[in-house]
Design a protein around this ligand. Sequence first.
Ligand code: ADP
Ligand code: ADP
Length: 229
Amino acid sequence: QPAISIRNVTKTYAPRGKAPAKTALHGIDLDIPAGSLFALLGPNGAGKSTLINIMAGLVLKSTGSVSVWGTDIDEDPRRARASIGVVPQELNIDPFFTPHALLDLQAGLYGMPKADRKPLELLKALGLADKADSYARTLSGGMRRRLMVAKAMIHRPPILVLDEPTAGVDIDLRKQLWDYVRELNALGTTVLLTTHYLEEAEELCDRIAIITDGRLVAHDSKDALLSRL
Ligand code: ADP
Ligand code: ADP
C-alpha cells in the first residue's frame, strides 16, 4: 500500500481582485511508495506547494481524491492528518514561544500523553537542545527551519512532507537537514519533499516526479529518470 495516493486531483483557485481564476493542478495521479524518499521537482509556480498543501489539509482540492496510508482525507481528515508531519515553507512561529513550549503545545494538539512526548530528544537530534528555552524571536532562520521540522515530527508520524526545505538555506544547514532527513528515512519514515533544485533531488532522493504548469511530466526512480536526461 502506498503511503500517499493521489488520484486525478485538480485545483482551481478562485479569482481574487484583478487576478483571474487559476488552475494550479490539472489531474494529478501519483503514488508515494511507503519507505521512499521522494522528490517533487519543478520550477516556481509549478504547483508543488498547492499539491502538498492539499495533502496536508491546508488547501481544498477542486476534484479528485487523496488517501494517506489508506485513509481518504475527506472521509477522515483527522486520521489522515495524524499520519503526516508537514513542514510548510513559511517559518511562522510565534516569537514569544520557546521551542520546548511549542513542541509541548503541538504534542498536546495530537493528544500525546506527556510521558511520550520527548521534546528535548527531538531538539537534540536537530541541534537545538541549547535553545530549548529561548524565545523563538532570538532564533536564526536556520534554527527556525529546524524547529519547524521538530514540530512536524513531534507526534512521530510515518510520513514527513517538506515544502522547499532548503530554499534560501546556507550550504552547512542544507547538509545538516539532508542528513537528518536521510536518518529519518533509514528509520522507516516515508519522506516527500518539494524542491526546485535538481541537485537536491539527485543527492537526497530515490524517486523523483517532475511537475511543470500543474502537470506531472515524468515520474520514476532517480536512476531511471537521470539516465534519460
Ligand atoms: P511559492 O513560494 O510556493 O511559489 P508563491 O510565491 O507563488 O508561493 O505564493 C506565496 C503566497 O501567495 C502563497 O501563500 C500563495 O498561496 C499566495 N499566492 C500565490 N499566487 C497567488 C495569486 N495569484 N493570488 C493570490 N494569492 C497567491
Ligand atoms: P510552487 O510551489 O511550485 O511554486 P504553487 O503551488 O505555489 O507552485 O503555485 C502554483 C500556481 O498557483 C502559481 O501560478 C501560483 O501563482 C498559483 N497560486 C498559488 N496559491 C494561490 C492562491 N492562494 N490563489 C491564487 N493562485 C494561487
